[in-house]
Design a protein around this ligand. Structure first.
Ligand code: GLA
Length: 724
């Protein structure tokens, strides 16, 4: 890995890519190259643009026209920071509403520094890493004099680049910031497909592939969270690319609030990506001596197709995003009470659940919604984080759980508040929104104004008090509605247009103050299922409940789509009571995620119990190395075919697991599934026909699943190295 500079050319290289920038003679930070490692090049080649009418400028002092140096063309050149002051109309990185009333924004390069390590933040989630190198550029706006620190961080062992941005006001006047993107990337490709991951509640992250059209295409969320509707993870890929072939670029953001992924195909047929916080209805008043930090963008390039791109993100998220120490740690099999009894439980019924859950191999019992305030349905008590002692003896339940050898987890929804709560009665100003006759509700609840420091402090105190009083091993952190009524009763007039940004910061403060003061507790994120499946959340909570949809067939699609950007170790998935498939198929599907249970365990038949116990022993045998820590390959997409097929191989290539799921009933067709990723020279026994074959054979011939397959039949095959 290296970051080198010579003659104002800056090279970021490792074995996966070269990324090259140039501070030109006008002090514009130009983007020269991003792709496979490059040996030699000439600036002139990479900047050349046929001369046209945007190659010149007029110097008013000299009253003379000049030709820009270094082939700069104010309409077409590729840049790192696109400004709103010139002919470049492909979308700016930053826009300042200047004191003179104009939007003339123009950032020029001043200096750089190279250092070991990566930028950190006190307010935002950031990548953690011991072994990386960064280059920080300083740029300054001509009119406002705002100072931008733009930092790129690279690792030896990863194709992923991190880009961090901070804007300072070291002038005497405030600066009115209208837009600031975390990433601008100019690509010389003229044809690309866009993959976005869209959906709705219980239908999250469905894969959509479309050709990037001329003009600007926007994937965004204005729901106050990353949302069910779109996901911050996006891909651009050459039109002929597939899982194993072709150039592709992936993008994600360490952010959980509103975001905007903007892709513009311009008049020169090249493509620009602008990516960051949503700028609609956004502005930020940067007072003298203040700074604003923007979410880190991570992006990656693969010349070998989408599987490789996904694997790069999976490794990066496991190594540098989820909390340090989580990756590689054993995760107990979770049993969650929600779909079994919802809020209808007593101390005794929960104890019965625990006993039955233990029998099928569950190792951590989660008491979901309904244990606090006076909550028996979803109309009350959010905000009152104290035990409903009339309903449940929490200490007795926890002691029982620990006595039978299980860990214990509890559900919270700290960012929300019901009108029917003590907190609301005492502090109606904690609610986001105008206090008018009509205030939007979602699931009967308001959104807590997390831009309000007092609201955050109060709720953190309550949650921490429960976590300090009771012996709790796990927390499920829910978030069950979208943000609306974007008005903070706490903020001054000049901060209202930053409310989403400030609320997201407030939420991160809650995460930090609760998570960091309880390092031994394992946290799982949730937002009506997967409404907040993003890197900001994953920085604090290593896994996220992937969807409220537990129908295993629907889950095939949801988990498949989620896996493009996120490792299986983050995709929380449970076997539920949904009757559309056998328990065996449900377990097989949940296995390609974190694995757990969610039904009434006291109602299982003996044979169902046996099936589930068998899965628990498979979990111990293979899940950690292969699913949580291995390399996952997508082999067949349920979006494009009748089959879902994923294959995951342990890092040391001694074990692997294949899931093949058939959707509609089908006859005796040839179904050869070729298996990449095994060691070609090793021999492996497979649990389908118990034959021993080499990795080479599995890669080139594969498994033939020729047989009759009914709807929703699944085949799970284990592979294990056979040593001589
Ligand atoms: C959300 C979650 C569910 C469950 C309920 C409880 O919908 O996604 O798993 O926790 O809330 O109210």
């Amino acid at each position: 890995m290296s970051i080198k500079t010579e003659d104002r050319i800056f090279r970021l290289d490792n074995k996966y890519f070269s990324y090259i920038l140039y501070a030109d003679k006008q002090n514009i930070l130009r983007h020269l190259y991003y792709g496979n490692p490059l040996n030699d090049f000439e600036v002139d080649d990479l900047t050349y643009i046929a001369r046209d009418w945007s190659n010149t400028y007029y110097n008013a002092n000299e009253e003379k026209e000049h030709i820009y140096e270094d082939n700069y063309n104010s309409m077409a050149s590729h840049v790192e920071v696109a400004s709103d002051g010139n002919n470049d109309k492909k979308g700016s990185t930053i826009c300042i509403h200047q004191k003179d009333g104009s939007f003339y924004t123009d950032f020029r390069y001043e200096s750089y520094r190279i250092y070991q390590g990566a930028p950190k933040s006190d307010v935002l989630p950031y990548i953690h890493s011991k072994d990386c190198e960064s280059i920080e550029f300083t740029l300054r706006d001509i009119l406002s004099h705002a100072k931008m620190l733009l930092t790129f961080t690279i690792h030896e062992d990863s194709p992923v680049i991190t880009r961090s941005t901070e804007l300072f006001n070291d002038s005497d006047d405030s600066i009115d910031l209208n837009r600031i993107m975390s990433l601008t990337l100019d690509l010389s490709n003229t044809e690309l497909d866009l993959f976005n991951f869209h959906g709705d509640w219980a239908l999250e992250r469905f894969v959509e592939r479309t050709k990037v059209p001329h003009g600007t295409t926007v994937i965004s969320s204005r729901y106050g969270r990353s949302s069910h509707v779109e996901n911050p993870f996006c891909i651009l890929a050459t039109p002929n690319s597939n899982e194993n072939y072709g150039e592709c670029y992936g993008f994600n953001l360490l952010w959980s609030g509103n975001f905007r992924f903007e892709v513009t195909k311009g008049r020169y047929q090249d493509i620009r990506v602008n990516y960051g916080i949503e700028d609609t209805n956004f502005s930020y008043l940067l007072k003298p001596n203040e700074s604003i930090e923007l979410p880190q963008a991570i992006f990656s390039y693969s010349s070998n197709g989408l599987n490789h791109l996904s694997q790069s993100f999976h490794d990066f998220i496991r190594n540098h995003i989820v909390p340090e120490g989580c990756f590689g740690k054993y995760r107990p099999i979770i049993f969650n009470s929600w779909e079994g009894c919802f809020m209808d439980f007593t101390t005794d019924s929960i104890i019965n659940y625990m006993n039955s859950a233990k029998e099928i191999g569950a190792e951590l019992f989660v008491l979901d919604d309904g244990w606090f305030g006076h909550r028996n349905d979803d109309t009350s008590s959010l905000g009152d984080w104290y035990v409903n002692t009339k309903k449940i003896d929490l200490k007795k339940v926890i002691d029982h759980c620990h006595n039978i050898g299980m860990k214990f987890g509890l559900w919270f929804e700290p960012e929300m508040i019901n009108a029917d709560s003590d907190l609301y009665k005492a502090h109606p100003e904690y609610v986001l929104g105008h206090r008018m006759s009509e205030m939007c509700l979602g699931r009967h609840q308001f959104v807590l104004d997390t831009a309000n420091d007092n609201a955050v402090t109060d709720v953190v105190k309550q949650v921490n008090s429960i976590l300090d009083t009771y012996d709790i091993d796990y927390v499920k952190w829910d978030n069950n509605r979208e943000v609306s009524d974007n008005f903070s009763q706490y903020l001054n007039r000049d901060r209202q247009e930053s409310v989403d940004y400030l609320m997201t910061l407030g939420t991160y403060r809650m995460y930090r103050e609760i998570v960091e003061s309880h390092p031994s507790i394992f946290f799982e994120g949730c937002a009506s299922g997967g409404g907040k499946f993003d890197l900001g959340v994953l920085r604090y909570f290593p896994q996220i409940w992937c969807s409220d949809e537990t129908d295993p067939v629907q889950r095939l699609y949801i988990q498949y789509g989620t896996g493009y950007g996120y490792p299986l170790s983050t995709i929380s998935s449970h076997v539920s009571k949904c009757p559309v498939t056998s328990y065996q198929s449900k377990s097989n599907i949940a296995f390609f995620g974190t694995y757990g249970y969610e039904f009434n365990p006291t109602k299982l038949t003996d044979s169902e119990k046996e099936e589930l116990k068998e899965n628990a022993s498979r979990y111990h045998r293979i899940h950690q190395d292969v699913i949580l820590e291995g390399d996952m390959y997508r082999l067949s997409s349920p979006f494009d075919s009748n089959y879902f097929c994923e294959f995951s191989v342990s890092k040391n290539k001694d074990k692997a697991l294949l899931l093949f799921a058939n959707i509609l009933k089908e006859g005796n067709y040839y179904r050869f599934v070729k298996l990449p990723g095994l060691d070609p020279d090793k021999m492996y026994i497979n649990s389908y026909d118990n034959k021993v074959r080499s990795g080479n054979y599995y890669a080139n011939v594969g498994m033939n699943f020729i047989r009759w397959l009914n709807e929703f039949d699944t085949i799970l095959v284990e592979f294990e190295e056979v040593k001589e």
